[in-house]
Design a protein. Sequence first.
Length: 238
Amino acid sequence: MPVDNIMRQSSFRQGLLQGVPIFIGYFPAAVAFGLLARNGGLDFPAVLLFSMTNFAGASQFLALNLTLTGSALYEIITGVLLVNLRYLLMSASLRPKLRCGLLLRGLAAFGNTDEVFAVASLRESYLEPRFMAGLEAVSYAGWISGTVTGYLFGAVLPGPVQAAVGGTLYALFAALLVPEVKRESRNLVVAGLAAAINCVMVYGAGLSIGWSFVVALIAAALFGAFYIPPSPEYREAL
């Protein structure tokens, strides 16, 4: 077998192996998503298509929550877009390490999640397309298979467990917040401000849940941009 083929297979295998921990983390979260979607009355094809075309855990939970609370479509789209803007920076950061054509870069961008980015950014050499394919394929498989499992088989779980799944959204966002607070404690102030604005908009101003989230997110992000100086990683990505 030619040496080039061996190296390519090795790169793909490395990606698969490094993606296994991501699979393990994604599967239970996706099970919760599938179960919540089923309990919310969404049909299976829509839920499966949702996960297959979005592949964005936090924003999918957000979109599901806004959908179930009756938010308008434009509110859901705006909220999801704002939550996913971080992937713009992540993809820009990985771009210099990707040596491939536009189509493969687009596929890599589609599969670029927080956890995939964390693994890929730590790789010292350039990112081979086969490595990224292996890494993202197993991560994607974890999310899709978890969604299917949660929707089709989540009903067999005990009632209290199914009820507890409703708190998954808050646990997921807490899991995203804690590492950021450990890295920069002032992020907790920004998060607290967002929560306070959201409460005022919903309970004080009577704004819908969808728009209150959008207003709180934009206001807190603008405050954070001036309150917290850009990190060296951000400057380097620019």
